[in-house]
Design a protein around this ligand. Structure first.
Ligand code: HEM
Length: 180
C-alpha cells in the first residue's frame, strides 16, 4: 500500500480491507495513512519529520515511534485543542502501558508545534520533530528503515490522562510510504 502525492493534485486512493488505507494527499505532506478514521500525514524534511494527525475526537490525538514492547521506549507526541489553542506533550514510554513527559524525566522537548484545530468533532494537530531526538529520550527514526508507528486518540476530553478510544500499530517506511 503506497501513497504518494501526485504533483498534479489528483487524488489517488489505495485501500485494502476496512481498517487500513493509504491515500495520496494534500499540500505540505508527501504521504498519508488512514487507519479507520485517524489519519497520519508526513513529510521527511531534511533532518526533521513534519507530521499531521487527525482523528474524530475532541480529546487528544497522538503518535508513537519505535516501541520496544507495547508502548515502552517509544517517543510520543500527544496533543489536544482547548479554547482554540493546541497543547502538545513530548513523551517517552516508560513502561509497557505508560508514558511520561520528557520534561518530567529531566529532558527538554524537541517537538515544534505548527498548529492545530478542532472542528466538527475532529481534532487536527501539526508539528515537527527531529529524526534524531534532541530530548535525550526519544531515540532515532531512520526514514529508510522500517519504523513502528503507533497511532491513537482519546475520548472527548481535554487532557492526557485518559486511555485511548482507538489505537493501532503500523510498520512504515517513511521514505517510501510503504506500510503494513
Ligand atoms: C494517554 C494515556 C494512555 C494510557 C492510559 C494508555 C494505556 C494503555 C493500556 C492500559 C494498554 C494495554 C491495554 C490495551 O491494549 O488497551 C495500552 C496499549 C497500547 N497503547 Fe496506550 N495508553 C495511552 C496512550 C497511548 C498513546 C498516545 C499511544 C500511541 C500514540 C498508545 C498506543 C498503544 C498501543 C499501540 C497499545 C497496544 C500495544 C500492543 O499491544 O503491542 N497509547 N495503552
Amino acid at each position: 500500500m503506497i501513497g504518494r502525492i501526485l504533483k498534479s493534485g489528483i487524488l489517488f486512493v489505495n485501500c485494502v480491507g476496512l481498517l487500513l488505507c493509504s491515500t495520496v494527499f494534500a499540500a505540505g505532506y508527501d504521504y498519508q495513512i488512514t487507519a479507520q478514521k485517524m489519519t497520519f500525514s508526513w513529510k521527511v524534511d531534511g533532518a526533521n519529520l513534519n507530521v499531521k494527525l487527525s482523528a474524530p475526537t475532541k480529546g487528544w490525538v497522538g503518535i508513537g515511534f519505535n516501541p520496544s514492547k507495547e508502548m515502552k521506549d517509544a517517543k510520543y507526541v500527544l496533543g489536544y485543542i482547548k479554547d482554540g489553542k493546541a497543547i502538545i506533550s513530548d513523551e517517552f514510554g516508560t513502561g509497557d502501558t505508560k508514558h511520561e513527559a520528557v520534561e518530567d524525566l529531566g529532558g527538554k522537548s524537541d517537538v515544534t508545534l505548527v498548529g492545530g484545530s478542532e472542528e466538527g468533532g475532529v481534532t487536527t494537530l501539526e508539528f515537527i520533530l527531529p529524526l534524531v531526538a534532541q530530548d535525550t529520550k526519544g531515540g532515532k527514526i531512520d526514514p529508510a528503515a522500517d519504523t513502528v508507528v503507533l497511532l491513537a486518540y482519546g475520548p472527548d476530553h481535554d487532557g492526557f490522562k485518559m486511555k485511548h478510544k482507538f489505537r493501532t500499530k503500523l510498520t512504515v517506511n517513511l521514505a517510501t510510504g510503504k506500510n503494513k
